[in-house]
Ligand binder design. Structure first.
Ligand SMILES: [Cu+2]
Length: 166
């Protein structure tokens, strides 16, 4: 048997296995743990000049402390930071229940909600505070990206739960 034919048989078998798998699956509940975190970085102006555009103009989630403001003992030092959800991308299947358990490590306050792929809200806006754990749940009735958003750190602070079609 030629290698080509063998490769085709394997590919067909794989597709058949995958499609029967997706077709027969019952809805599942996904328990997803998410942390709200902040990552920071910095250097000194003698090594790298600070950016000409203030990162704060790109996203409310970004912060920038220029030389002089970052560290008074090191006048050349400048720092940047960003708020994020970790993990920020999870796949589920259409029809599945998604239970997000979130712990706020950084930032005293986040105004969060979850939108469906069509832009409608499936989890209404709520305030999540540092040091607390919260739960948000929805059923991924549609295929496509469900987005966890934070208005105070938009547009960069977001997590996507991508519902793959049944
Ligand atoms: Cu936030």
């Amino acid at each position: 048997m030629s290698r080509m034919l063998m490769a085709i048989i394997v590919a067909v078998a794989l597709v058949a296995a995958l499609s029967s798998d997706t077709g027969a699956q019952n809805p599942t509940t996904h328990n997803i743990f998410v942390n709200l975190i902040e990552v920071k970085g910095g250097t000194t102006a003698d090594k790298l000049q600070p950016p000409t555009q203030n990162p704060k103009d790109l996203s409310k989630g970004y912060a920038f402390k220029g030389p002089g403001a970052a560290d008074k003992h090191s006048p050349q030092r400048w720092e940047v930071s960003t708020y994020m959800f970790a993990p920020a991308f999870v796949t589920v299947r259409q029809g599945d229940e998604v239970v997000v358990t979130a712990f706020v490590v950084n930032g005293d306050e986040h105004e969060v909600w979850i939108n469906a792929p069509d832009g409608t809200t499936v989890v209404p806006k709520a305030t999540w505070n540092r040091g607390r754990e919260y739960q948000a749940r929805f059923v991924a009735e549609r295929a496509g990206p469900y987005q966890l958003l934070c208005s105070g750190h938009a547009p960069s602070m977001t997590a996507t739960f991508l519902a793959l079609p049944k």
